[in-house]
Design a protein. Structure first.
Length: 207
C-alpha cells in the first residue's frame, strides 16, 4: 500500500528490480529508462558511500584491514568481493556497515527522482530491508549456466570463484518466490525489450 509522500500526494509506485549476479539487471534497467522510467540504482549508491572520505570506507578498512585498499586510497572492490564471498560471517559484517547507509540514501533519492513509477535496482533485494518498502518486485531471471558464462566474461577469474559468488546469494528459487513479475533474460535483447515494454505499461496503469 502506497503512503503519501509527505506533501499530501501519493508517492510514485516503487518497483524493486532484482536478480542474481550477471542476470542482466543493468540491461533491463536501461531499457526501462529509455521508456522514461525513473531509475534508482543501489549499486551506484553503494559505490558512493565507500568513496574516500566517507565514514563507511573508514569502517570497512578498520574491519577488514589494508588488504582491501588500493594504493590510491580507494576501496579494492575485487579484493573485498573475494574475501566476503568466501566467508559468510565477513559478508554479514560488511552488510551491517553498508545496508543502513544504502537504505537511507535510496529513500532520499526516491524523493527527488519523480516519475509515475520508480524502479529501485537492488541486487540482493531478497536479503535487503528495502524489500519491505517496495510495492512490487520484478525479478530478472536466467539460468545458472548463463550467469556463470557472463561472470567468467566479466568478474570471476575461475569457474570455482563464479560458483562461490552464486552460492553466496539467495537462490534462483528464493528470488522467484518473492517475485510479482519476472523477466526472462536467457534470450536476445529484442525479447527482453518486448517484456520490458509490456511491464512498463502495466506499471503506468498501476501508478
Amino acid at each position: 500500500m502506497r503512503e503519501p509522500a509527505g506533501n499530501g500526494q501519493t508517492r510514485p509506485l516503487w518497483v524493486g528490480l532484482t536478480g542474481g549476479i550477471a542476470s542482466g539487471k543493468s540491461t533491463v534497467a536501461d531499457l526501462f529508462a529509455k521508456l522514461g522510467a525513473a531509475i534508482i540504482d543501489t549499486d551506484f549508491i553503494a559505490r558512493e558511500v565507500v568513496m574516500p572520505g566517507q565514514p563507511a570506507l573508514a569502517e570497512i578498512r578498520e574491519e577488514f584491514g589494508d588488504s582491501i585498499m588500493s594504493a590510491d586510497g580507494t576501496l579494492d572492490r575485487a579484493a573485498l568481493r573475494a574475501l566476503v564471498f568466501a566467508d559468510g560471517r565477513a559478508r554479514r559484517r560488511l552488510e551491517a556497515i553498508l545496508h543502513p547507509r544504502i537504505q537511507r540514501a535510496t529513500l532520499r533519492q526516491t524523493q527527488q527522482a519523480g516519475g509515475d513509477y520508480q524502479l529501485i535496482v537492488v541486487p540482493l533485494l531478497a536479503e535487503s530491508p528495502l524489500k519491505s518498502y517496495v510495492d512490487r518486485i520484478l525479478v530478472v531471471d536466467c539460468d545458472e549456466d548463463t550467469q556463470i558464462r557472463r561472470l567468467l566474461e566479466r568478474d570471476a577469474e575461475t569457474e570455482e570463484q563464479a560458483r562461490l559468488i552464486l552460492a553466496a546469494q539467495s537462490s534462483r528459487e528464493e528470488r522467484l518466490a518473492i517475485a510479482d513479475d519476472v523477466i526472462n533474460n536467457d534470450g536476445d535483447l529484442a525479447d527482453t525489450s518486448a517484456q520490458v515494454a509490456v511491464l512498463h505499461e502495466i506499471y503506468l496503469s498501476l501508478a
